[in-house]
Design a protein around this ligand. Structure first.
Ligand SMILES: *Cc1c(COP(=O)(O)O)cnc(C)c1O
Length: 453
């Protein structure tokens, strides 16, 4: 048996085994094939598989996995929408390194708040701070639950009971639960609107400086204005704010750590660039363009960051070890210069039109083999998450010709698959954008399409 443990039986042999007939009776064959392949990949990755890997074992694995999938409320879905940072689908997928890091610190105990060298109490806030500083040039950094939490904490710390100046053109709503005005109100600061919806000038701020707690600039992440518009730039506001000793806060939103200009996208400031323009504090999300876990990152002046850490509200907004582990691992990819290949959100944004076409061709060929007609049409993917609202990334869409029913019906059937497939409808057809489908999910995607068509 010793050798038999290591040998991985072929998928064909497993499918014809008696053990697998039970699952084949109630699950589509294509899905079982995809599951067998992925279990085999896991087996190959193990140095020495612990269990006998015979057909009975495979059948039990598949039964267990199907059972667990059905029990869970929160579960994996296949994102075939082409929206990379899809807020409803959990924003950024994590890198392999981030997933490893989560497992590494959560199996047992971790030095979350323990200084191993000193043998004494430490701080959870030390773990990512040095990396964030070295990647952005920030004097200090603090990681909390999300960007909304970072903003609440900042204004509660530096502007409690005092006005925060915000341009009327920047009182934005993001998603369905984040409005800058409401965040400021709940922080205990007072919103003071300046300027007009389309035009705000430096003098609109300078007229209101007396007694002001902070000035906030908000990145117009999910929309663009055009026509007769003006705003006071960070570069112009910074010296005025500094002279009046009023902190200037910049809500950057999506939080690029390195530029994506080379991909032909319009220039977006990186966190480092935003800081260099003169804001005292820059805030951003961890799970948007940064490509890490949900988190809010505040970067900038050490005295303000220190005061935020001492604010009792910080305790209510703090992140757990899983977030810190995933964020640190993601930041390490940037520090090594390998973020473009390791961080899935960046990899997806950077995936070339030619590579996407090849994957679409593979997908249509696999579907054709199973008797499903699909055609490739040119289309666009979106970055999402409020980032680059106008950027269209050229892609190749796989348009499905359903033999029965409308596109809406096919789309609903795909959502009922396990894992659910979330697709788009374009014209009167269901289209799949492989940009946001992980390569290892493609076989399961094909299996689901075949199953419902
Ligand atoms: C997304 C976004 C937020 C909210 O960030 P969360 O991390 O989801 O709390 C705030 N401001 C801007 C400009 C954003 O784009």
């Amino acid at each position: 048996m010793a050798d038999g443990r290591r040998a991985i039986p072929s998928v064909e042999r497993l499918l014809s085994s008696e053990a697998l007939q039970r699952v084949l009776a109630h699950e589509p064959r294509t899905r079982i094939v995809a599951m067998l392949r992925s279990i085999q990949d896991e087996q190959r990755a193990l140095a020495s598989p612990a269990q006998p890997v015979d057909a009975d074992w495979y059948a039990a694995q598949i039964e267990a996995r199907l059972g667990t999938e059905r029990e869970r409320s929160l579960r994996e879905v296949i994102n075939a929408t082409g929206v990379v940072l899809h807020t409803n689908l959990g924003r950024a997928p994590l890198s392999a390194a981030a997933i490893d890091a989560i497992a590494h610190v959560s199996r047992g105990y971790a030095n979350l708040e323990y200084d191993v060298e000193a043998g004494a109490r430490g701080s959870r806030y030390t773990h990512c701070e040095r990396l964030l500083s070295s990647l952005t040039g920030a004097e200090a950094a603090l990681v909390v639950n999300n960007n909304a939490a970072a903003l609440v904490l900042i204004f509660n710390t530096i502007a409690l009971g005092r006005p925060v100046l915000v341009s009327r053109g920047e009182l934005v709503e993001i998603g369905d639960s984040f409005r800058v005005s409401e965040i400021i109100a709940r922080s205990g600061a007072l919103l003071r609107e300046v300027g007009a919806t389309n035009r705000t000038h430096l003098v609109d701020y300078t007229d209101q400086l007396a007694g002001t707690g902070a000035i906030l600039k908000v990145h117009p992440s999910n929309f663009r204005t055009s026509g007769f518009v003006a705003d006071a730039s960070i570069a112009k506001l910074a010296p005025v704010a500094r002279a009046a000793a009023i902190p200037l806060v910049h809500d950057l939103g999506s939080g690029l750590l390195e530029t994506l200009d080379d991909l032909g996208l319009p220039h977006e400031p990186t966190a480092g660039e935003a800081l260099a323009l003169g804001a005292d504090i820059v805030t951003m999300s961890g799970d948007k363009l940064l490509g890490g876990p949900q988190a809010g990152i505040a970067l900038g002046r050490a005295d303000i960051i220190q005061a935020m850490k001492r604010n009792p509200l910080c305790r209510a907004l703090r992140v757990d070890k899983l977030t810190i582990a995933a964020l640190e691992a993601t930041l390490l990819s940037y520090a090594r210069g390998t973020a473009r290949v390791e961080v899935p959100a960046l990899r997806m944004i950077a995936e070339s039109a030619a590579d996407l076409r090849k994957r679409a061709q593979q997908c249509t060929a696999d579907l054709a083999e199973a008797g499903v007609t699909a055609t490739i049409v040119d289309g666009f993917s979106r970055i999402g998450g409020g980032a680059y609202p106008e950027a269209d990334l050229p892609t190749s869409l796989v348009a499905i010709d359903s033999r029965h029913g409308s596109a809406a019906r096919l789309e609903a059937l795909l959502r009922a698959e396990m894992p659910p497939v979330v697709a788009r409808i374009a014209g009167d057809r269901v289209v799949l954008d492989l940009r946001t489908v992980l390569p290892e999910q493609q076989a399961a995607l094909v299996a689901s399409v075949v199953h419902v068509c």
